[in-house]
Design a protein around this ligand. Structure first.
Ligand code: NAP
Ligand code: MG
Length: 398
């Protein structure tokens, strides 16, 4: 059989623990027999990050900026316990944070749907994608607890010393107060990334906020979205047969419950944090959630939404069977390879990615799955496999 040829290398970022264990067999069993796989490999395993003083993470992000598309395995974000476990030089920053800052991206999370796992909301038939703005707001705030209260204000002093101030309220009781911000460039990038993603997936884009109450802050988000849409995307959206609309967030939530899905929900940082977990749990499991970082410059980085599944890794190391579900990792590969296929005009590669995804979904829908899904599925699973047996079954279907 002639293997499918690639033109440009895919940037491959390896990771840690159980997902590292699964990475190689996914390539060996599902990809390499069919594709002449061309990748530029970066080992983001914690040991290599430590040895290189985290330079490897920066190099990997630069490679994505050079080639356009990357696929990333889950990586440990070290805390104190990890510093001791791995004897690290220091508590390195989150690789995802480093890469996101360099690519200037927005994160999109999309559930992978199978028929035998019903969403908790029975109307939902198609994926609901959450696009989360990952900068500012409550995540970079300043807060005060005041015993006596008094005059509470927001103050902005610019670099020329000009002062803008606004009184929030005057109170004479103990109180809490908070200040937060966002920047116009960051909101602009967020809007562009959402419009790019909606165009790429050919789905409608809805942005929600609370501009009726927040007449400057949320109103600015709304205005930036509207301006970018009208100036740069309106014609492209109309040509693709999709639409953009702004909706108050409470109205959005009410409508979403009655909709059949199939849209991108652009969320401010906090809304996206909360709502993406709600959507993930409604559609079943973290292992059935794909994730992609899209930058306004046209770079794409695909990954699974879950972490390194530490608990399973320790079981694996102790020689026990593991039920780790590889579906989101496989979809990270197909997402990245399909994008490579689109950019390089390789219809065979795109068709293979469709076929592999279909093989995975067909297998689960035929009642063969890993333990995490067996707990949720209806009718009950026919066969529950460990991670490696499950990969073998997918390979047979190909
Ligand atoms: P996790 O790896 O997502 O796993 C949490 C739990 O979710 C697992 O114990 C397991 O539940 C279930 N789970 C997740 N993925 C699964 C899969 N593919 N198949 C079956 N079950 C799955 O989160 P964590 O244990 O809190 O974090 C572990 C490490 O991952 C941390 O060091 C963290 O820094 C890192 N992390 C990395 C990323 C990333 O690189 N994108 C994201 C998040 C976390 P049961 O134990 O009930 O089976
Ligand atoms: Mg959350």
């Amino acid at each position: 059989m002639n293997k499918i040829q690639m033109k440009t290398p895919l940037v491959e970022l390896d990771g840690d623990e159980m997902t590292r264990v699964l990475w190689q067999p996914i390539k060996d069993k599902l990809l390499k027999p069919f594709i002449d796989l061309k990748t530029e490999y970066y080992d983001l395993g914690l040991k290599k990050r430590d040895e290189s003083d985290d330079q490897i993470t920066v190099d990997a992000a630069k490679a994505i900026m050079k080639y356009g598309v990357g696929v990333k395995n889950a990586t440990i974000t070290p805390n104190q316990a990890r510093v001791e476990e791995y004897g690290l030089k220091k508590q390195w920053k989150s690789p995802n944070g480093t890469i996101r800052a360099m690519l200037d991206g927005t994160v999109f999370r999309k559930p992978i749907i199978v028929k035998n796992i019903a969403p908790a909301v029975r109307f939902w038939k198609k994926p609901i994608v959450v696009g989360r703005h990952a900068y500012g707001d409550i995540y970079k705030n300043a807060e005060i607890y005041s015993e006596k209260g008094g005059k509470l204000e927001v103050i902005a002093t610019d670099k020329d010393g000009n002062v803008l101030r606004n009184t929030i309220v005057e109170v004479d009781s103990p109180c809490v107060v908070m200040g937060m911000h966002n920047t116009i460039p960051s909101i602009t990038s967020f809007a562009r990334a959402c419009f790019e993603y909606a165009l790429d997936q050919k789905i409608d884009c809805w942005f929600s906020a609370k501009d009726t109450i927040s007449k400057t802050y949320d109103q600015t988000f709304k205005n930036v979205f509207e301006k970018i849409y009208n100036e740069e995307y309106k014609a492209k959206f109309e040509a693709a047969g999709i639409s953009y609309r702004y909706t108050l967030i409470d109205d959005m939530v009410a409508r979403l419950m009655k909709s059949e899905g199939g849209l991108l929900w652009a969320c401010k940082n906090y809304d996206g944090d909360v709502m993406s977990d709600m959507i993930a749990s409604s559609f079943g499991s973290l292992a059935m959630m794909s994730s992609v970082l899209v930058s306004p410059h046209g770079y794409f980085e695909y990954e699974a939404a879950h972490g390194t599944v530490q608990r399973h890794y320790y079981k694996y190391k102790a020689g026990e069977k593991t039920s780790t579900n590889p579906v989101a990792l496989i979809f990270a590969w197909t997402g990245a390879l399909r994008k490579r296929g689109e950019l390089d005009n390789l219809p065979d590669l795109i068709a293979f990615c469709d076929k592999l995804e279909k093989a995975v979904i067909d297998l689960i829908e035929s009642g063969i799955m890993t333990g995490d899904l067996a707990k949720l599925c209806d009718p009950p699973a026919l066969k529950v496999l460990d991670s490696f047996e499950f990969l073998d079954e997918i390979a047979k279907k190909l």
